[in-house]
Every structure is written in structure tokens, then in C-alpha cells.
Design a protein around this ligand. Structure first.
Ligand code: CA
Length: 232
């Protein structure tokens, strides 16, 4: 929660003003930002906004039903949704979960339980997004796609050989550490190298030609007598 990223923003779609107001107070007290919509249509519109982190969605709503709102949100977004069912109606719960709701609560509910479920859903969401980020390594404008083994500088895709890519990935994974030629050989070339370590210098030169020189940046530094380093 730093660098301007605001608190999680929760959208409440609930037409019963008293319940909506109660939820708003409780959630704000927990430190969340809260937006309230009293009908299905405006609720749907707001749920699709990218700054909403979680939706608390009542099923019985004027305009569009909660089930329908859920179905339409899921066509476009994976934002966590917790459904509120007015009665202990098994069909409503099943329909809500079928439509992709993450969880549901039956009214009347204990606020502590709803808060706990909100925390769980938000954590799950955070985990999901950090998994997605794991597939990309980035340093400045240089980006490695670890799934496709491709490298980009800004929008430009770099043409790297497999060894050049492997070396670059290893350097970036261990950024801010000086890596000796022996370390690079053992980790990138997959075998114990008994000769000299010139091969590393050669590949570093290739990378510098393709990145440092081409884009006029200083990516790979030589640490005299030690090895190489990529700094943040
Ligand atoms: Ca309602």
C-alpha cells in the first residue's frame, strides 16, 4: 500500500439503503474505499471499472438481478464478487456460483464473517496478479517474457540467440549482484568449464551490441577483476 496505490476499493451493489449504509460504514472503518450503487444497471457499469478491487453484490435488485450482473461482469472481468442472498435460497447460491461469483453470504450475516471473506478474496486476487507478473522480468524498458523466452526493449523485440537470452535472463534475475565469469559459465552454459572464460566475455559483447549500443543505454557493467553486473 505505498507509492500512491490507494486502499482497496469495494463496490457495493445493494438497493436496501440501510444495509448499504451499514456496509459502507463498516468497510470504511476497515480502511477500504467504498462505492455504492442501488440498482443492477449502474452497478454493472461500475463493476467494470478497472479501479474496483472487489464487488459485494446483492441478488434481489431492481433493473438487473444480481445473477445477471454477475454473468455480465464475468464476460469481461475477473474482479472478485461476493454475493448476498436475501434468504437461505440454495438455488440463488448455486446460480450465483455458476455465474462465477467467488463467494456468497446469506442475509442476515455477521459483518465479521463478510469482512473475513473479503480479505480472503482480495488476497486471492493479489496472488493471481503476482503470478501473472512472475512471467515477465523487467528492468527499465527491457522486458523478458519468461514464457516465450523473448526479450523486448520498449516495443522492439530483440533478436537474441538462446544463449544470449539465457545469459541476459540470469543477469537480470541476479540484478545488483556482481557475477563472476565462472558463475555465469556454470549457470548459463550448464557445464563445468575447464578452459578459459572468454566465452562469457564474447556473449556479453554480443548483448552489449544488441542492447547497450543499439539503444544507447548502459545496461551491463563490467566490474574490473570480478565480473559483470546489471543494476536497477
Ligand atoms: Ca435487495
Amino acid at each position: 500500500m505505498k507509492e500512491g496505490k490507494t486502499l482497496p476499493k469495494i463496490l457495493i451493489i445493494e438497493d436496501e439503503a440501510k444495509i448499504a449504509r451499514f456496509l459502507e460504514l463498516e468497510l470504511k472503518h476497515e480502511g477500504y474505499e467504498v462505492v455504492i450503487c442501488g440498482d443492477g444497471r449502474s452497478g454493472l457499469e461500475n463493476a467494470l471499472k478497472s479501479d474496483i478491487d472487489l464487488v459485494v453484490l446483492d441478488i434481489m435488485l431492481p433493473g438487473l438481478s444480481g445473477i445477471e450482473v454477475c454473468r455480465r461482469v464475468r464476460q469481461e472481468s475477473q474482479v472478485p464478487i461476493i454475493m448476498l442472498t436475501a434468504k437461505d435460497d440454495v438455488m440463488d447460491k448455486v446460480a450465483g456460483l455458476d455465474m462465477g461469483a467467488d463467494d456468497y453470504m446469506t442475509k442476515p450475516f455477521a459483518i465479521e464473517e463478510l469482512l473475513a471473506r473479503i480479505r480472503v478474496a482480495l488476497n486471492r486476487k493479489k496472488l493471481r496478479s503476482s503470478e501473472v507478473k512472475m512471467d515477465v522480468l523487467q528492468i527499465g524498458r527491457l522486458k523478458l517474457n519468461l514464457t516465450s523466452h523473448s526479450a523486448f526493449y520498449g516495443e522492439d523485440e530483440l533478436t537474441l540467440t538462446k544463449k544470449e537470452y539465457d545469459l541476459l535472463e540470469y543477469l537480470i534475475r541476479n540484478k545488483n549482484m556482481v557475477l563472476t565469469r565462472e558463475q555465469l559459465l556454470n549457470n548459463v552454459w550448464d557445464y563445468e568449464y575447464f578452459g578459459d572464460t572468454n566465452v562469457v566475455d564474447v556473449y556479453i559483447r554480443y548483448l552489449r551490441q544488441k542492447i547497450d549500443e543499439k539503444y544507447n543505454i548502459h545496461l551491463i557493467s563490467t566490474v574490473r577483476g570480478m565480473g559483470y553486473i546489471i543494476k536497477d
